[in-house]
Design a binder for this molecule. Structure first.
Ligand code: ZN
Length: 680
């Protein structure tokens, strides 16, 4: 029996093998299509039929979810092949469904039915969103154009996979190896232990450094060896391009051109001026001009302070580090040294205070208090790797409401970064409640030997961030998968709960409760906490500009190119950097070639969402600052108006219901310590 065919609440990861994937996906897509046609032909357009259609989709999505998840976290050749074989089948199915005239007619009939007026706001919004999405998927196109649309969507999916595989291959193609420990002067012991472990895994003695973030980051931040920093910087920033140690081998230049050509064609087909307009059609922001204006406003408010921060860094590096010609590969290093000099605090010093089990307990405690839920380890679920854990979420009556898996540590064959994915959606069908299940994936430095793993404060923030996404998915009360949890939420609002959760990592009581020093067991002392909060906004304007550079680059690439203007992404990047950048970067940098968010993920003409959502999250948290960070009533209101609602209302309606007014940019600038003329 193929274990992917009938997943109820939990996939059985011990039984799922790559060879099951293709057969299951093929069968389920074919069965789903048949079942949908049968319902549309024989059943009335009412909510009961809707729920039956939803159940058909859900069976397929529960099979696809572990396939794409295992491909991302256990990326063996076999999983890669299986995934690549499934992907065209899934994309074609999704494209056909999104253009299905029968389904479109079904939703229009629901909207026009007498019962519609009696629907609650969630059902109404679901139906209207569906009709909008059909329009965006070209349901009104004639048959030739529809076929063209499907071709383009499939090509886009294939190109995305090629793009990320190139990035992964380019990342894995590089390593640096040495037996000479003196070359690693300055690098923290935790990272050196990892390099040693990597060397052992590769059958050699000494230290093995890769371009994975847990290797790259400590070298750039701490290595006294300037040559080593430069070597890593050069390799990292030229990945998958025509430059660098593997120049031309995994080059994404032509892949990006092809991706942009497909996007331009797609948007023209649907009657949009450019891809940015298509991307914004279902976002909170209304137009590319509005977004560019929003970002430029933040650039103007942040740049003077960023220039000051950089000038200070240059002066410090010249005087104290003997680096009169500060280079791109010196920035993180010099920045960390200056930070230590000013605040005598380092992420590595903080790492000794945050053992993973204690951090998780602290996280569960604060979330429990604010939102009235409890977390329990659940050892009954099967896992895909020995370092994975699983949990049950219970409400205040002790009833199960959700489940999640944590997969926290970096390892070979696991995609980098941190993310939350829904494994199972909340739905109700024929009186049966299916509870949501989430994957929380990070790439922290794994435990070494018998010791538990310790997190830097930055990593604690990452964990809270992803947990915020997880809460959005798991605490939803909306029983329709299209709009429950994160599903259907505008992209530019989706980071609200995650960025909101980060704020608690800068609260004294929260940090104390989840810290215990590696040797003394002592909680984070007040003195370190004070330095941590003082250091929080260190170089915040420089960091703000970096994010704004990515966001503007993304928006301009997608807004300025149309069928008459072929895409030259490096030229767009240069133009944006001329407007924004305070820190010079070498000519060989090809950062767009590994910018997976916009070329392989869902952030195309949407990277600005991070900043947009930061405005929302900062402003939402400011209500907690006003009324008390542990204020239960405010916590319950946040849960009720935002976390539980999913996309059953617009993000603006959710926000206004919680905050009592529309969002304001002031809290974000204040939280970042950015002083503007108007706030002086
Ligand atoms: Zn996020």
């Amino acid at each position: 029996m193929n274990p992917l065919l009938s997943i109820k609440q939990f996939p059985d990861y011990e039984k799922i093998k790559p060879e099951h994937a293709v057969a299951a996906i093929k069968t389920l897509c074919a069965d789903s299509k048949q079942a949908i046609e049968h319902l549309l032909d024989n059943e009335p357009a009412n909510w009961t039929t809707y729920e039956r259609l939803q159940a058909i989709d859900d069976t397929l999505s529960k099979a696809w979810s572990p396939v794409s998840h295992l491909h991302a976290v256990m990326n063996t050749d076999a999983w890669r092949q299986a995934y690549q074989a499934c992907q065209p089948i899934i994309s074609q199915y999704a494209a056909e469904m999104s253009q299905h005239t029968g389904l479109h007619r079904f939703y229009c009939a629901l909207r026009d039915s007498d019962a519609f007026d009696q629907y609650d706001e969630a059902r109404k919004k679901l139906v209207n969103d569906a009709i909008r999405d059909f329009r965006l998927s070209g349901v009104n196109l004639d048959d030739d154009k529809k076929a063209k649309y499907q071709q383009l969507m499939q090509k886009a999916a294939e190109l995305s996979t090629t793009f990320s595989n190139n990035v992964l291959d380019a990342t894995q193609a590089f390593h640096w190896h040495s037996s000479d420990a003196t070359e690693l002067a300055g690098i923290p012991d935790s990272a050196k232990a990892l390099f040693k472990q990597l060397a052992e895994q590769n059958g050699v003695k000494g230290y093995w450094i890769t371009l994975d973030f847990p290797s790259y980051y400590p070298v750039l931040t701490y290595a006294d060896n300037r040559q080593l920093r430069e070597t890593l910087y050069y390799a990292y920033n030229t990945r998958a391009s025509d430059q660098g140690p593997n120049a031309g081998e995994f080059d994404n230049t032509a892949v990006i051109e092809a991706i942009m050509a497909v996007r331009v064609e797609l948007s023209a087909l649907l009657g949009f001026d450019h891809y940015a307009a298509l991307s914004l059609a279902n976002k909170m922001a209304d137009s590319s001009d509005e977004v560019i204006h929003f970002l430029t406003d933040l650039v103007n408010k942040s740049k003077p302070q960023a220039q000051k921060e950089y000038a200070e860094l240059q002066a410090y590096a010249e005087k104290h580090l003997d680096l009169p010609d500060l280079q791109a590969w010196d920035i993180a290093y010099a920045s960390e040294k200056l930070k230590q000099a000013e605040y005598a605090i380092s992420q590595e010093q903080l790492r000794d205070y945050f053992p993973v089990p204690k951090v998780l307990d602290g996280l569960f405690d604060i979330v429990g208090r604010l939102f009235g839920v409890q977390f329990e380890a659940n050892d009954n679920l099967t896992k895909w790797h020995k370092s994975v854990s699983s949990y049950t979420v219970k409400n205040s009556d002790g009833e199960d409401i959700a489940y999640f898996y944590t997969d926290l540590y970096a390892r070979q064959g696991k995609n980098g970064g941190a993310w939350m994915n829904g494994a199972i959606d909340k739905i109700s069908h024929a009186g049966h409640q299916q509870l949501p299940v989430a994957y929380l994936t990070c790439n922290f430095i794994p435990p070494v030997g018998d010791e538990v793993a310790y997190l830097s404060h930055d990593e604690v923030v990452t964990l809270f961030h992803e947990f915020g996404h997880g809460l959005h998915h798991m605490l939803t009360r909306v029983p329709y998968s299209a709009i429950s949890g994160i599903n259907g939420v505008e992209w530019d609002a989706v980071e609200l709960p995650s960025q909101f959760m980060e704020n608690f990592c800068f609260e004294r009581q929260v940090l104390r409760s989840m810290s215990a020093h590696r040797h003394s067991g002592e909680q984070l002392p007040d003195e370190l906490f004070d330095k941590l909060t003082a250091a929080k906004n260190y170089h915040s304007a420089l960091q703000m500009l970096r994010q704004l550079e990515f966001s503007l680059f993304d928006m301009k690439v997608h807004a300025e190119y149309d069928t008459d203007h072929p895409c030259d992404v490096m030229a767009v990047l240069d133009e944006v950097r001329q407007q924004i950048a305070v820190i010079p970067s070498p000519d060989y940098v090809r950062f767009p070639m590994s910018f997976s968010h916009i070329f392989a993920g869902g952030y195309a003409a949407g990277y600005f969402s991070y900043k947009w959502a930061e405005v929302l999250s900062a402003d939402a948290f400011s209500r907690f600052e006003e009324e008390g960070v542990y204020n239960k009533a405010v916590g319950r209101a946040f849960k009720r108006e935002i976390l539980e609602r999913g996309a059953s209302r617009t993000a603006m309606e959710n926000f206004v219901a919680f905050r009592g007014r529309e969002p304001d940019i002031a809290a974000l600038l204040r939280h970042n310590g950015i002083v503007t003329e108007s706030s002086v």
